[in-house]
Design a binder for this molecule. Structure first.
Ligand SMILES: [Zn+2]
Ligand SMILES: [Zn+2]
Length: 186
């Protein structure tokens, strides 16, 4: 489905939700929804606030927070808590089903698309459950951080080797001195 249709569809869905829950249908709320659905990817509240400002939408942080809560409640936006980082959000529709690969070192989040984690027999077990979407969080270390860690480990080993060598040569010098002292004392 093209994105114009998706934007129209989510707008209608939001209207139904606001009507049903007797919430006000303010232009700001629609502007926020449309802004979120004009882009793809993850965002946190700060980046959303800044990008709305840059697109010349003047909304207060309070309106932004309150609208996000509504969008979460009606399932148009999904919230993620990747590790200890601030909560991140993303649109729920028109987004391919994907998983998140999170680096525990630098906090980088990558999307992992087009993988079905359910085997046919697992899908059968879920027969009576209609899946809207699912997301798996895979925590670990990214290749960049792994490289850095290996370099650091190598440097540490080299440093330890150097220390041992220094220690050994000092010990040699000490034993020579001791021998000399013995000779002198004779
Ligand atoms: Zn990393
Ligand atoms: Zn995502």
């Amino acid at each position: 489905m093209d994105n114009t249709k998706i934007r129209e569809q989510v707008k209608n869905e939001f209207t139904d939700y606001l009507t049903l829950r007797k919430h006000r249908k303010t232009p700001e709320r629609y502007a926020i929804l449309d802004h979120i659905y004009s882009t793809k990817g993850h965002f946190d509240m700060d980046t959303l606030y800044v990008s709305m400002k840059e697109s010349n939408f003047r909304v207060s942080r309070a309106t932004l927070y309150n609208t996000i809560e509504l969008l979460l409640d009606c399932g148009l936006v999904v919230r993620h808590q990747f590790g200890d980082n601030v909560a991140q959000y993303e649109r729920a529709y028109g987004n391919e089903n994907h998983h998140h690969v999170i680096c525990l070192e630098c906090g980088a989040v990558k999307e992992y698309k087009n993988v079905d984690i359910f085997t046919p027999s697992q899908q059968k077990k879920l027969k009576r459950f209609k899946i809207s979407y699912y997301s798996m969080y895979i925590y670990g270390m990214c290749s960049g951080c792994e490289k850095k860690r290996k370099v650091a480990e190598k440097a540490k080993k080299a440093e330890e080797k150097q220390k041992l060598q220094n220690g050994a040569s000092k010990a040699k010098v000490a034993s020579k001195d001791a021998k000399l002292n013995i000779k002198r004392n004779k």
